[in-house]
Design a binder for this molecule. Structure first.
Ligand code: NA7
Length: 557
């Protein structure tokens, strides 16, 4: 069979006097998805250009440099599996790697595989329009550069458009305002500074203990307390690394077949298999479990994720442990989540979060008792009083999963904008493609396991699938692939059904998985809950059946 792609060298053509780069594939984003897409597709002999808005590679790990930023998946698992040499030569220093180390790893990969020569940095894509006559994507940057390609791959990340909520008066604040998702590269010197931080999601929970150690005073503005569990992070020893390296093959195989894409949990230990029913326990037994294992006791029960009554018992255990960790009863009470289930939001992992509230220089403002009215020149005015600060931090999250895609002007057949197609929520087939947008792929798009999984496992699976798909098309002289309306519709129904009845979609759950953190965003559960292993098998079977559910068109002669 002819594996040679239709067009393997970038060419340039003139259009209205301007040069247009003509490629096989344009990839948007040089995070872990974009880097691997470039490696894989270039390896197939395709001409590829990666366009990246940032000044360097790394995606989410480039931007999220806030103090304490750390991955919530063990480092030996949150790493590429495509190169055995890379696996063996890279030494992770901690069980859960911090942001600087992960960014170093991304840079190492870019250098190790000579990826930089096809990555254009400081290049923000403003639009991607499908030209039906040419069967090409025309991608334009904010600087006015134009790229044309047979395929366009959006490797734009799931958490890449920061959410900066409008708060009256923010422009009046005299000091600096930082967002955790756009942290200054030079860092921030907190010495002698009174800091107010808004938000207690993962970014807030991770940064609060570190900022508290340095700042003169830290006040935490919390709208919703989170369920956060100790990361159990520790340095890796030579022996830990040697052991991990010896079993990488098995580890990767288990990850690929698993539900979440990782098999190690807190502290780098195997994720425990829940065995007990919490509903069968007595209050005394639950107290004893908290006494013995703290928050880890919550991992024992199999009915907690699926039964509301069981879940509430777990929440009681959680609150009991908060009471034990936080000395001041009022603060402890303020930090206790109520009214929404454990497991509805992405679990947060922390290092010394609750102990931080025992420090003299840290206060909690529980916004459930009176919200933020406005920001003033000198601080934050709430219904509970005015608080004075020198600096503010927004740890207010992201317009997740769809935000970055919808900020670009993406148009498919008949010039129809993605914004219009997704007006009532994202519609995809497998989270990989959208009907009406031929040859456009989304890496870890909505409708795929993505944020419910180890992102790197899911990224590799998507890129491999897309790469095989392009090879299949080139072997058969096919020029376009696009899901059918029926397949897409069926998939959406399946994605919704899979999430139904779980804590993830409980009426009391307001998570970014549901778009509930962004005013006006349709409330749709976006990721696919069916599990990484099952999803992979499904994708492979669809490909093996000649890309069932996709319409493929022959190249014009
Ligand atoms: P999250 O998890 O979306 O957390 C954002 C936090 O900001 C959350 O506590 C919000 O409270 C709070 N927030 C947002 N807007 C406001 C306003 N207007 N006033 C007060 N508080 C507000 O984002 P993260 O960056 O922490 O984490 C995102 C993911 O990154 C995380 O799940 C990991 O996967 C890595 P709310 O809960 O909405 O009441």
């Amino acid at each position: 069979m002819n594996e040679k792609p239709l067009n393997s060298l970038p060419t340039d053509r003139l259009q209205n006097g301007a040069s247009v780069a003509v490629l096989d594939v344009v990839v948007v984003g040089a995070g872990f998805g974009g880097l691997y897409a470039l490696y894989r597709l270039r390896g197939r002999g395709l001409s590829v250009r990666v366009l990246e808005a940032a000044s360097d590679v790394g995606g989410t790990w480039y931007w999220n440099r806030y103090p304490g930023a750390r991955c919530d998946v063990p480092s030996v698992e949150y790493s590429y599996s495509f190169s055995k040499e890379l696996e063996q030569e890279w030494d992770w220093t901690e069980v859960m790697a911090g942001q600087p180390e992960i960014l170093r790893y991304a840079n190492h990969v870019a250098g190790r595989f000579d990826l930089r020569r096809d990555i254009q940095l400081d290049t923000r894509v403003s639009s991607a329009h499908y030209d039906e006559d040419e069967r090409r994507w025309r991608v334009e940057t904010e600087a006015g550069e134009v790229f044309e390609a047979r395929f366009c791959i959006m490797a734009t990340g799931c958490l890449s458009s920061p959410n900066t909520p409008f708060i009256e008066g923010a422009d009046d604040f005299a000091g600096p305002i930082y967002h955790t998702g756009r942290w200054p590269h030079e860092g921030v010197d907190w010495k002698g500074v009174r800091v107010g931080i808004i938000g207690t999601g993962s970014s807030g929970v991770q940064s609060i203990p570190v900022i508290a150690e340095q700042a003169e005073h830290l006040t935490v503005f919390q709208r919703t307390p989170n369920y956060t569990l100790p990361a159990g992070n520790r340095p890796l020893t030579d022996s830990d690394r040697a052991k991990a390296k010896a079993v990488y093959d098995q580890l990767r195989q288990s990850e690929r077949e698993s539900i979440t894409g990782f098999v190690l949990g807190f502290g780098g230990n195997p994720v425990p298999t829940p065995t007990d029913a919490i509903l069968a326990t007595t209050p005394e037994e639950r107290l004893a479990a908290v006494e013995a294992d703290g928050f880890e006791a919550l991992n024992r029960y199999l009915d907690v994720p699926i039964d509301a009554e069981a879940n509430e018992l777990a929440c009681e255990m959680y609150r009991e442990q908060v009471k034990r960790l936080v000395h001041d009863p009022k603060t402890a009470d303020g930090l206790m989540p109520r009214d929404y289930p454990f497991g509805c939001k992405r679990p947060v992992i922390d290092t010394d979060y609750f102990a931080t509230f025992n420090r003299d220089n840290v206060d909690l403002v529980d916004l459930r008792k009176g919200g933020i009215d406005r920001i003033t020149a000198t601080g934050i005015q709430t219904a509970q009083g005015h608080f004075e600060f020198d600096a503010l931090v927004y740890a207010t999250g992201f317009d997740a999963m769809t935000g970055t895609l919808l900020r670009m002007d993406i148009r498919g057949r008949e010039d129809i904008p993605l914004k219009a197609t997704w007006e009532a929520g994202p519609r995809t087939y497998l989270g990989l493609q959208v009907h009406g947008f031929p040859n456009l792929f989304t890496i870890t798009g909505p409708g795929s396991p993505s944020v419910l999984s180890n992102m790197i496992v899911s990224i590799e699976q998507h890129v491999d699938w897309i790469s095989d798909c392009i090879a299949y098309m080139d072997q058969r002289g096919l020029s376009t692939i696009e899901p059918t309306v029926e397949a897409e519709e069926k998939w959406i129904v399946h994605v919704n059904e899979a999430a139904e009845g779980s804590m993830l979609t409980a009426a009391s759950c307001n998570s970014w998985y549901l778009g509930a953190n962004i005013p006006g965003k349709p409330r749709i559960f976006m990721p696919y809950v069916g599990g990484v292993g099952e999803y992979r098998r499904g994708c492979d079977e669809i490909a093996a059946r000649g890309y069932e559910g996709f319409a493929l068109e022959a190249a014009r002669t």
